[in-house]
Ligand binder design. Structure first.
Ligand SMILES: NC(=O)c1ccc[n+]([C@@H]2O[C@H](COP(=O)([O-])OP(=O)(O)OC[C@H]3O[C@@H](n4cnc5c(N)ncnc54)[C@H](OP(=O)(O)O)[C@@H]3O)[C@@H](O)[C@H]2O)c1
Length: 309
């Protein structure tokens, strides 16, 4: 890319928990350029704006989720015939691995190769905290492939998203006033997915983040008893931490309709917390963002409507 050309960034998982915030953070950065640097959008691009392209499996149903200036491209990791158009002209990539796409060698690494072949020079990859210690994790396998690829990459090794509480555990919070996860007394360094999206936007658009990895955590590690206290205070009703055993949790999730493989992944995650291995807090997000990451209290306040009856 020459200095005069604006970058084109393909965002995968653009309808997902983090990807949706990557798109909006990039689009907002574009707005800032429009306001301050330019009188019309074409000049804004030449002056540092970006073209944001959301890669989605079903463009028709996703269209109204994005601002008008976000390009939409049909993209499916499992359908290589969609890759060419999604990548056309893209020189940067936000990469995530959807939980349902398990075959990294078949669907993720060949896509990375296609991206680099067609001109992607910078990749920001959504990984998971601790990936570097576990070569069997699919996230680490993607990281290793990126390390050997002919493009600069930034790994965002994120801790547990606060948004799991409204996406997966909302039902128990709303209907039973309880948080039902088998994490025992272990603490978790919850991160707000909005902050992960904003860190990605910075790494995709500003210099100095290539060939680095960031452990993106929230500002504090909290036990679920402390989490329940924050919910109670913000929502102004008593929310309890149920502290179930792992079998109790697994059966409840099965009864709610989650399949066994998903339940197994959740049990793995909460066992890590139970063992006290999910509590590391870093200042990586603060250093990249130039501000403190959001607290759990801010998250509950912002999502309060989702937790009301
Ligand atoms: N949850 C956590 O606490 C946590 C913490 C750290 C890291 N992570 C990692 O974050 C990643 C998940 O990110 P997320 O939570 O933002 O995603 P998500 O909310 O689970 O959404 C999945 C996204 O992937 C898309 N997708 C599904 N199958 C696809 C396919 N075959 N081809 C292309 N796109 C497809 C979905 O699009 P459609 O609209 O088409 O369905 C959706 O946008 C995982 O790798 C996970 O391990 C999660």
């Amino acid at each position: 890319m020459t200095r005069d050309e604006s970058p084109c960034i393909l965002v995968t998982g653009a309808t997902g928990t983090v990807g949706s915030h990557v798109v909006s953070a990039l689009a907002n950065r574009d707005d800032v350029s429009d306001d301050s640097d330019a009188t019309d959008s074409s000049t804004a691009d030449a002056d540092g704006g970006v073209t944001v392209r959301a890669g989605v499996r079903d463009p028709a149903s996703a269209a109204d989720r994005f601002a008008a200036d976000v390009e939409l491209a049909e993209f499916d990791f499992e359908r290589p015939e969609t890759w060419g158009e999604a990548l056309a002209g893209a020189d940067r990539l936000f990469l995530m691995r959807p939980p349902a796409v398990s075959d990294v060698k078949r669907h993720i690494t060949p896509f990375v190769d296609a991206a680099v072949r067609t001109g992607v020079e910078r990749v920001v990859y959504l990984s998971v905290v601790g990936a570097e210690k576990n070569p069997l994790l699919p996230h680490r396998r993607v990281e290793r492939h990126l390390e050997s690829a002919d493009a600069s990459s930034t790994f965002l090794r994120a801790s547990f998203f606060m948004q799991n509480l409204n996406e997966v555990h909302r039902e128990e919070i709303v209907e039973r006033d309880e948080i039902f996860v088998p994490a025992g007394g272990g603490a978790t360094s919850f991160v707000d997915a909005r902050d992960v999206g904003e860190v990605a936007a910075v790494a995709l658009t500003e210099p100095g983040h290539g060939d680095r990895s960031y452990d993106v955590t929230g500002p504090a590690a909290l036990t679920y008893r402390q989490v329940a206290r924050v919910f109670s205070a913000v929502l102004d009703r008593r929310i309890e931490y149920a502290d179930p055993s792992i079998p109790e949790f697994a059966w409840r999730m099965r009864r709610r309709g989650f399949d066994w493989s998903y339940v197994a992944v959740m049990v793995g995650i909460y066992t890590t917390a139970r063992l006290g291995l999910a509590d590391r807090v870093t200042d990586d997000a603060a250093r990249v963002l130039g501000r403190e990451p959001r607290t759990l209290r801010e998250y509950v306040a912002d999502y309060a409507d989702e937790f009301r009856r």
